[in-house]
Design a protein around this ligand. Sequence first.
Ligand code: CAA
Ligand code: NAD
Length: 284
Amino acid sequence: MAHGVTKVGVIGGGQMGGGIAQVAAVSGFETVVCDLSPDQIARCQATHDKLLARGVEKGKMTEADAAAAKGRLTYVTDTSFLSESDIVIEAVVENAEVKRSIFEGLAKQFTGDQILATNTSSISITEIAAATDCAERVIGMHFFYPVPVMKLVEVINGLATSESVTQRTITLAEAMGKTALPANDRAGFVSNRVLMPMINEAFYSWMEGVAEPEDIDGIMKLGCNHPMGPLELADFIGLDTCAHIMNVLADGLHSERYRPCPRLEQLVTAGRMGRKSGRGVYEY
Ligand code: CAA
Ligand code: NAD
């Protein structure tokens, strides 16, 4: 195989890590998914079971294919079980210090030619790679939510990422049924530099009384043909993730205009993270 990958390790079994692991397993890769939280890893497995069963019901895959995908998935709470992986894809909270500490550990654990990829939405790949002694093997492999549905992987090289690691990552993304498109290592890359300020402006529009959430979302859905309105989308992505991304944009692009809207910050402080916590802008 051009990408030299048969075994995929995923760190983080939340919305994104769970989706990445599912798509990897359905695409034929032996996949180990690791989350620190036993509750979260159990939820991840239950979600896989539900979505694979739904795929069979809808005639998207045979029962045998779903069973084979399940058989390729292993759920763990300790990264030592990832050791056989040819690539590790990190998908934990959008926090540079947490990611740097994970990559520092991964560099010690994986000393061969394994790819160390991050699904970060916005954080500098160069900054994450600087926590390792193998920056040439560190790359941004940015999937979109929900991973089984969204076609894109944004591929971001750090300053030192090697050409062969980039090529292997692109080939792997394609083997997972995705289109890989490149972006340079600037805060938010392309996707979130463009998307997240729009979402933040929707929170300002709400906070300043320009319109109520349902109308803001309705206006953007019906008037701009977006599949979801920006506030609905923020709840879908996770409000904590949106706020983290805005702070990375503000720091990385050196402009306070990117700071998260106070209304967004307030909801996060209240524990209203969006769909994943049952309440965000809306209740679920
Ligand atoms: N997980 C897995 N699959 C899901 C899902 C989820 N959370 N939510 C929906 N789906 C699947 C459904 O099972 C369905 O699959 P089938 O076609 O196989 O039946 C398919 O998506 C369509 O779902 P629905 O018919 O129920 O609903 P819909 O037509 O309204 O589409 C949607 C749902 C695809 C999510 C659509 O509303 C949409 O495209 N929303 C915008 C999503 C988006 O912008 N994502 C990017 C977020 S930004 C990001 O990811 C980057 C970042 O760094 C923050
Ligand atoms: P999430 O909150 O759903 O999941 C994060 C998971 O990481 C949690 O299950 C948590 O228990 C786990 N975790 C935290 N620290 C860990 C550690 N040290 N080891 C193992 N597991 C750990 O978040 P998410 O939406 O899946 O986002 C994860 C990453 O993906 C973030 O960097 C985010 O910016 C990025 N991302 C998110 C989206 C989105 O739409 N939500 C899209 C693309 C990229």
